[in-house]
Ligand binder design. Sequence first.
Ligand SMILES: *Cc1c(COP(=O)(O)O)cnc(C)c1O
Length: 357
Amino acid sequence: MTKTKIDVTLSKTKKEKPQSDQLEFGRVFTDHMFVMDYSPTKGWHDARIVPYEPISLSPASMVFHYGQTVFEGLKAYRTQDDKVLLFRPEKNMHRLNLSNERLCIPQIDGEFVIEALKQLVSIEKEWIPTAEGTSLYIRPFIIPTEYFLGVAPSNFYRFMIILSPVGSYYKEGIHPVKIFVENHYVRAVDGGTGKAKTGANYASSLKAQEEAAKKGYSQVLWLDGVEKKYIEEVGSMNIFFKISGEVVTPELNGSILEGVTRNSIIELLKSWDIPVSERKISMEEVYETYKKGKLEEVFGTGTAAVISPVGEFLYNEQKMVINDGLTGELSKKLYDTLSGIQRGTMQDPFNWVVDVN
Ligand SMILES: *Cc1c(COP(=O)(O)O)cnc(C)c1O
């Protein structure tokens, strides 16, 4: 794509910013957004930063019918010395293009979008909360905009980036979650769209999530879609098990979403010489190690929480309480280190952090 300048139209009004301690996830949006459009003749064009406002689309827009959508999620952090940092944004752009490829959406120029994102985040700098644990959540997404009811890839698209200040995931400090091991519904199968960040995957997960919530579990653990035997991941997190000193996470098998956090945790563990393997792991194996007292820690990884320790599984009516329902030592160390790198309070030997200024 041609690297046209990004047109900027600043908002005439400024919304009131929420108090740090009242921030929720994804309910409040900043004053501006990034937009660009795609057409077969122009490619991606009209890259612009404009006031945040509703968009107008025909009811026949393809986005309302067949779910050909993709999205990303990352964060910007404001440091004590007032710098603005992004965490591995090139990974998100790479993954967005993998999702695009699977959904028949044209590729975007990741470098260009990162430049646009830096510009947008700089304009919205005052929106980035500074209190402990808070950040600015960044949501890039692409929707099909052609007016057509036929089932086919759209010829026209809109790419947008919206920003939302978010509160600390752990209001009272990092604490373990309870997870329901899903043995009826499935999330994805090999050959499906599991490895793409596409809306449909989340639509089909809602029912299981709702039923688990009724039983008092905050998330579900998905098993493979064929045998319902091997562990895949949690709703929006990858999962890790510490068994007899070794860390195991399911291998990328085509139906698991490759998290940027997952990748970073594996790199961190390797740099600490802690054995870590990516392999098939069944729920039966986890249960057996649990019974033998060898299941030391379990944690999920994802942009929202960074590390989410698991305190309990419900698996075929059996309750498994992990590490007495407490946050494990390794989980805590990984959380402190990774969030320290992301927030610029710890050394970044991997060059993961990108300075926006
Ligand atoms: C986004 C997501 C993750 C976590 O990815 P991160 O890049 O670490 O935030 C894991 N699983 C699913 C299904 C996801 O949508």
